[in-house]
Design a protein around this ligand. Structure first.
Ligand code: AGP
Length: 614
């Protein structure tokens, strides 16, 4: 989704802003632009397409100034084109704005402004913001007050950054609701503004986050934060430990490939410091703020999430219900927020989100909060809104994920949920010592097991060559690995554009079996878990109808080897952790198929890394 980067300081703003926008490329975008105050005037360069086109434009017509803002746009209103790209310059040429979010009442505002004689240069909803600021500049006495007044007219959720040629010593940034974050990076005599941390981490680790309905007035020497109503807010600076090198591709062709291969390490980090493997075993999740009293009062957990995170939540349901004996419902966040869910005392809502900025998930959290639920989150992006809204949090320890298709931010929360299930069970007193010891001992194995799956990369690539031209693919799973089928199919469709369906295997006979013929590869997820026998009969049923069966089977499983056309082998894994190992060959398969088809693996068409609009 849209990314914003701003700079004010002694250095040349253009390369810093372009560099920051590059770091946000992973979010997905279809046009880009840049505005710099040069000799007292605002100069804008914008173009459709990738940042390289903007760079060409800037080298042909350079920008020279120490204050500027840049933007990568993911089109919502108006096609991706130079005229619709941000930043938007007002008609006086004095004010320029970059915006994330959707102005829900833009038609109304546009008509009002048009009736007052305003002309529009784009088809975007965002352009009304710059016109409103310009309109109020004369009456409100400066950029800060004019922006405040303009924002009071907007409906929806927004991140806004504005510059004024008459006040070249400041950038004004504001956040309303949850259309992505606004983060301020404080350097030495220079300050950065961005929608996301990776844009600025190479320059500073000292950052402040804007909450909803806050504005920041950013100058070379510092930042003042205030509410939209004008009350001063104490600046809270956080130190961020993420290593920007972790966000480089290194030896890999794509970020997705790198992130798949980082999973063994990410899982080690996920467990590190949280599990006591001695003394009978135990789990420590201090940031969750879970007391024995709260644990005992929990009647029900809703897990809310979107896409891959929701698939992780489905595995979490199986784990928490099985280990902690608490009923769990998994809700797609975009449904939960509008379905008037029943929240009674003892309800906990657990949001899962790698970005922590997904608009639907945040709105669902707010809905849950309004209804009085206790709020938890499992989040990767440190300092994100989903982390800050929650009463307690588990942070995924897997480092920045850049590829749009989520991989390590899928397996890390699976392990977080496994630890949560044990922790809850322990605090509620439903876990006997032997079971606890054995569940904890299994956890120690998981990074190595993930590593063993990664070592089989070459086998998966071979299969990818056979499947790369298929037009459809069916993924079947059951029990704790039913979500593995959903997630495997999602990975394939989002990066290779091959139609793929994940299905609960038991449902085949109720309709989808009609699809099976020689043209339909069927991936049957059949590790040695409690549903193994059922899955085995699925292989036979698919074969009997001419389907090409790819079995996902445990090492040494001769039955599957004999029955299936191809096998992807998995190391023997304790069944409650089997979704972690079972997904890895499916991630690799999707990756290799997309790479072999020559597709843009890290930034697939129409997709964005954080979906900050509804
Ligand atoms: C994952 O591969 C997808 N691109 C997508 O489904 C993603 O999981 C979903 O948008 C949720 O994102 P979040 O984890 O940032 O909330």
């Amino acid at each position: 989704m849209c990314g914003i980067v701003g700079y004010i300081g002694p250095r040349d703003a253009t390369p810093l802003i372009l560099g920051g926008l590059k770091r946000l490329e992973y979010r997905g975008y279809d046009s880009a632009g840049l505005a710099v105050i040069q000799n007292g005037e605002i100069q804008v360069r914008r173009d459709a397409g990738k940042l390289s086109r903007l760079e060409t434009l800037v080298s042909a017509s350079p920008l020279d100034g120490q204050v500027g803002i840049g933007h990568t746009r993911w089109a919502t209103h108006g096609e991706p084109s130079a005229r619709n790209a941000h930043p938007h310059l007002g008609l006086t040429g004095k004010v320029v704005v970059a915006h994330n979010g959707i102005v829900e009442n833009f038609l109304e505002l546009r008509e009002e402004l048009a009736a007052e004689g305003e002309r529009f240069n784009s088809d975007t909803d965002s352009e009304v913001i710059v016109h409103l600021i310009e309109k109020y500049l004369a009456t409100e006495g400066g950029l800060v007050e004019a922006t405040r007044k303009a924002l009071s007219h907007l409906k929806g959720a927004h991140g806004v950054v504005a510059l004024c040629a008459d006040e070249p010593d400041k950038i004004v940034a504001a956040r309303l609701g949850n259309a992505g974050g606004v983060v301020i990076g404080i350097g030495d005599g220079e300050v950065f503004v961005a929608s996301d941390l990776p844009a600025i981490l190479e320059h500073t680790r000292r950052v402040a986050f804007l909450e909803s309905r806050q504005m920041a007035v950013v100058t070379r020497t510092g930042v003042q934060i205030q509410t939209l109503e004008g009350a001063a807010v104490q600046l809270q600076i956080h130190g961020i430990a993420w290593d920007p090198v972790a966000a480089e591709k290194g030896e890999y062709r794509h970020f997705m490939e790198k992130e798949i291969h980082e999973q063994a390490r990410a899982l080690t980090d996920t467990i590190a410091g949280r599990v006591d493997f001695d003394n009978g075993g135990g789990v420590r999740l201090p940031e969750l703020n879970l007391t024995p009293d709260l644990a005992r009062r929990i009647q029900k957990i809703y897990i809310i999430a979107c896409g891959t995170a929701a698939h992780a939540g489905m595995v979490g349901k199986a784990l928490i219900e099985r280990v902690a004996r608490i009923p769990v419902e998994v809700d797609i966040a975009s449904e939960f927020r509008y379905r008037d869910p029943i929240v009674s005392p003892g309800t906990v809502v657990l949001a899962i989100s790698q970005s922590g900025e997904t608009a639907d998930t945040l709105a669902a959290m707010e809905e849950a909060h309004k209804k009085g639920a206790a709020l938890w989150s499992i989040v990767n992006a440190i300092g994100s809104q989903a982390m800050r809204l929650a009463d307690g949090c588990i942070s995924m320890q897997c480092g920045p994920e850049i590829g749009v298709a989520s991989t390590k931010a899928y397996t890390a929360p699976l392990v977080d949920l496994y630890m949560l299930a044990i922790h809850l069970a322990d605090l509620r007193g439903v876990l006997d010592a032997r079971t606890r010891r054995s569940l904890i001992a299994d956890l120690r194995l998981i990074p190595d097991l993930a590593g063993q799956c990664l070592d089989r990369n070459a086998e998966v690539e071979k299969l990818a060559r056979l499947l790369m031209n298929t037009r459809h693919c069916l993924y079947l799973g059951r029990g704790i690995n039913m979500p593995t089928a959903y997630e495997g199919a999602l990975k394939l469709k989002e990066i290779s554009y091959i139609h793929a369906e994940g299905y609960p295997a038991g449902e085949m006979k109720h309709g989808p079996i009609a699809l099976i013929d020689r043209e339909m590869p069927v991936i049957v997820i059949a590790p040695r878990d409690p549903w193994y026998e059922k899955m085995f009969s699925q292989i036979e049923q698919a074969r009997a109808r001419g389907g090409v069966v790819i079995g996902l089977a445990t090492d040494g499983d001769e039955r599957v080897a004999a029955a299936a056309n191809h096998v992807l082998w998995l190391p023997e894994t304790p069944w409650m952790l089997s979704p972690v190992t079972a997904i890895i060959p499916l991630q690799l398969l999707a990756y290799h198929i997309a790479a072999l088809r020559g597709l843009d693996v890290d930034q697939p068409r129409n997709l964005a890394k954080s979906v900050t609009v509804e």
